[in-house]
Design a protein around this ligand. Structure first.
Ligand code: AMP
Ligand code: ZN
Length: 456
């Protein structure tokens, strides 16, 4: 089946033509872990989880590799750790665990790869060294900067002319920059800040180089799809593109660049922590909205369009889920019919979720197709929590998880959070997660190859 996706770089819909169809590679910029995710942050997580389900359906699950990083070095993390007087790992492990649990509640499955910035610093230092050696970066006063005017392709992704960017540089230009548009690859750390040794002194990487290095390390030079929210288009993705292209002798970083539009609070603006207009996933679950209602609401608008988050949207999504539950009744769990071809075809046309929802409405009388399509979309909707066997449902906050696939995603997220806690030697937290899962009838087994789980 042909999958067509809108590519921000060429501003056209392109047919997905994987470099290697046996290994379709997708990378999505993940969270900076210093606070709870708001529902706007959940939009890319759900959108690209949906795309991943489509890719797995089309190419086979074993032929898709999806990487979503964790940014666990950042000045906001350092500030939060200082405010609580704890090591940065305490902050990053805590909020990574919350992130995985919150996204799990929305049916977002754990990615295949979750590279962490802190464990990829040698790759970042190596890439910065390559950029310096090739004349694309320069060291100055303990910093290393990317030489923007030396890369002719700069601005192609965001379609911003370089002279406009320079004229528009609002921040006071640092004295060590040759051009106001140059951006930081490496910066010095003071004694109390986290830092790594490098040829330019003890310091830490800039945000943009993190992703370039982690993409090359985890997926290779040229990936098939690179995704994130619209705010990442400039400067983050523009800078990633510049760094990777220059370090890799002109090899493109991604064949398709995808950006989701903003979620806002009904005023046409963007939900953002700095604006203070946020509602967290945790809040919404605590208010009693089930994860699948939130997921459906997030998929209600086309991903490139703005999405206004309103009470009406939530009520409409809830009504739809309840209707499907009524139509399907308590289906035996484990049964997984195929999704309806119209549902799959709608997604294959640049993730056209409004068309996908119309297709779902059209097949409501066909219980099997409806069931298969909902499961494919990560929307359970077919088994009422009150008809489930004891132990099959478990609670995260107030969200009752009601279907097998949905529980799998949650368990995977909890297992990942526990692994992170164990790596940090936070055994109180890892024991707490194990106990919570045990109470839900999930037994964990630690082995040489990692942790596996089964239903008790
Ligand atoms: P951050 O942790 O701030 O880097 O954000 C994580 C992801 O959420 C990025 O892909 C952002 O582009 C995306 N994002 C942040 N705010 C919104 C919003 N209001 N609507 C949609 N996506 C957003
Ligand atoms: Zn990134």
């Amino acid at each position: 089946m042909a999958i067509r996706l809108y590519d921000t770089l060429s501003r056209t819909k392109k047919q997905l033509d994987p470099v290697d169809p046996a290994r379709v590679a997708m990378y999505v910029c993940g969270p900076t872990v210093y606070g709870r995710a708001h529902i706007g942050n959940a939009r890319p997580a759900v959108v690209f989880d949906t795309l991943r389900r489509l890719l797995r359906h089309d190419y086979g699950a074993e032929h898709v590799v999806y990487a979503r990083n964790i940014t666990d070095i950042d000045d906001k993390i350092i500030a939060r750790a200082a405010a609580e007087d704890v090591p940065i790992e305490t902050i990053t492990r805590r909020y990574e665990g919350f992130y995985l649990a919150d996204m799990g509640a929305l049916g977002v499955e754990a990615p295949d790869l979750a590279p962490h910035a802190t464990t990829s610093v040698p790759e970042m230092v190596a890439m910065i060294g390559t950029l310096v050696a090739k004349g694309h970066a320069y060291a100055a006063q303990g910093h290393v900067l990317f030489d923007v005017p030396a890369f002719a392709g700069y601005g192609a992704l965001s379609r911003r002319p370089l002279d406009e960017m320079i004229a528009g540089a609002r921040v006071e230009v640092a004295p060590y920059k040759r051009s106001p548009a140059d951006f930081v690859l490496w910066k010095p750390s003071s004694g109390d800040q986290p830092g790594w040794d490098s040829p330019w002194g003890r310091g830490r990487p800039g945000w943009h180089i993190e992703c370039s290095a982690m993409i090359a390390q985890s997926l290779g030079r040229t990936i098939d799809i690179h995704g994130g929210g619209l705010d990442l288009q400039f400067p983050h993705h523009e800078n990633e593109l510049a760094q990777s292209t220059c370090a890799h002798d002109g090899a493109p970083l991604a064949n398709i660049w995808m950006h989701n539009g903003f979620l806002g609070m009904g005023d046409g603006g963007k939900m953002s922590k700095s604006l203070g207009n946020v509602v967290t996933v945790e809040d919404l679950l605590a208010q009693g909205w089930h994860g699948e209602v939130l997921r459906l609401a997030l998929l209600s608008a086309h991903y490139r369009q703005p999405l206004e988050w309103t009470e009406t949207l939530l009520e409409q999504s809830k009504a739809k889920i309840e209707k499907w539950r009524r139509l399907l009744g308590p289906f035996p769990s484990g049964q997984r019919p195929a999704p309806h071809p119209d549902v799959v075809a709608a997604l294959a046309d640049d993730l056209n979720t409004p068309a996908m929802l119309a297709a779902l409405s059209a097949i409501e009388s066909d219980a099997e197709s409806l069931l298969g399509s909902l499961a494919f979309l990560g929307l359970p909707g077919f088994q009422r929590a009150d008809t489930m066997a004891p132990g099959a449902a478990w609670r995260l906050g107030t969200s009752v998880v009601a279907d097998d696939g949905h529980i799998d995603a949650q368990v995977a997220a909890q297992v990942a959070a526990r692994t992170a806690a164990r790596a940090a030697r936070n055994f109180a937290e890892s024991d707490r997660i194990r106990d919570e899962l045990a109470a839900a009838g999930i037994i964990l087994e630690d082995g040489a190859g990692g942790t596996t789980w089964r239903r008790g």
